[in-house]
Design a protein around this ligand. Structure first.
Ligand SMILES: *Cc1c(COP(=O)(O)O)cnc(C)c1O
Length: 354
């Protein structure tokens, strides 16, 4: 075949197997994840549609905009949705979850592992432990956590985990994945309202336990995006997932050190729960920080957070010393400050990390 046409060859069974194996390894699960033929948000909506049903009470945690969207999708499916909501400059505590579980006796619990929009990261492992104690089905949006922090799907007993490669993994956004435990599959199968013959159907995409494609490779998986995802996950394997995570941790520590040296404050209140993908900067009292458009990796707050915070998007290829330094220079400029001290603070963090 002409090489120029190579990109248009449909995905082969062997490509599908490679991708499945890479995703399982990434998520530390022995159960083959579902490959979602679209953006991560499709997998997330599919999880909501698949688990929601009248008569089911689901506890939905809202620590950012994706959580509130998930709650709406759950409601659409007819479940009784109980929300645990915290101000967006905080994360949820395991105690709050435990109290809500005891009070409302849900059958499932959903939350976002880490939030790029607010710069917070929920204590996922602790939350999942409580959920296991109460025998709940658990649903995690880990799109902004995967590659930036630990995510041990089988060890932690997470039943549904949605991931995408477009954040920490520096991959494409057109194909994503949902990992589902055997218990998770039972939960879907026992729901008469779970979509079938629909783009929202996880059941339609159920892989064989061996990880091979369901009868044939689903023809709706975008082949170019799938190949780009294979390439991105190969790069992650080459660098090593722990090193990718470490790079994000260093970027976050460096960004925090830099903004503090500029006299700024993180938006997130508790330093134990900073996201490693973004650092959010409180604007209050510093009108020079009100920007309308992104400047490099420095971006204004999304939606209701506009004018309240700035985001430094130090994820993927930008989880690097150069990108963080540039962001700190940008902030110094907005503040009409000389950047040297802050840049020194940034370099020190990377220096120690080597
Ligand atoms: C980015 C993100 C998504 C969805 O991303 P898409 O680009 O729309 O696929 C979902 N949840 C969280 C927490 C995210 O950060």
């Amino acid at each position: 075949m002409n090489r120029e046409h190579k990109g248009y060859v449909p995905l082969t069974g062997s490509d599908f197997d490679t991708l499945t194996r890479q995703l399982s390894k990434l998520l530390a699960t022995q159960h083959p994840p579902v490959i979602i033929p679209g953006e991560a948000i499709l997998g997330i909506e599919a999880m909501a549609a698949g688990i929601s049903a009248p008569g089911r009470t689901i506890l939905n945690v809202v620590t950012g905009p994706y959580g509130s969207l998930f709650g709406k999708w759950l409601e659409r499916g007819g479940a009784t949705v109980v929300q645990v909501e915290v101000p967006f400059d905080q994360v949820v505590s395991a105690n709050e979850i435990q109290a809500a579980v005891e009070k409302h006796k849900p059958c499932a619990l959903s939350f976002v592992q880490a939030e790029v929009v607010t710069g917070g990261s929920n204590p996922a492992e602790e939350i999942l432990k409580i959920a296991r104690d109460f025998n709940l089905i658990t649903v995690m949006d880990s799109v902004s956590a995967v590659g930036g922090e630990a995510l041990l799907v089988d060890d932690w007993g997470a039943d549904f985990v949605a991931v995408g490669a477009q954040k920490a993994l520096a991959g494409p956004n057109g194909v994503s994945a949902v990992s589902i435990s055997p218990r998770g599959w039972e939960f879907l199968e026992s729901n008469p309202n779970a979509p079938r013959n629909s783009i929202l159907s996880l059941l339609d995409l159920k892989p064989d336990e061996s990880g091979s494609a369901p009868v044939r490779v689903p023809p709706n998986i975008p082949a170019l995006e799938a190949r780009a995802l294979i390439a991105a996950l190969s790069r992650v394997e080459e660098e090593g997932l722990p090193q990718v995570i470490r790079r994000h941790e260093l970027a976050a520590s460096a960004a925090i050190a830099g903004i503090k040296a500029l006299g700024l404050e993180p938006w997130q209140k508790d330093g134990r729960f900073y996201s490693t993908l973004t650092t959010t900067v409180r604007i209050s009292g510093t009108p020079g920080l009100r920007i309308d458009q992104p400047i490099g990796i420095v971006a204004p707050g999304d939606g209701e957070l506009f004018g309240q915070l700035l985001r430094i998007n130090h994820f993927g290829v930008n989880a690097s010393r150069e990108s963080v330094e540039e962001a700190i220079r940008t902030l110094a400029k907005l503040l009409h400050q000389e950047p040297e001290q802050a840049i020194k603070a940034v370099s020190q963090v990377w220096g120690y990390g080597r």
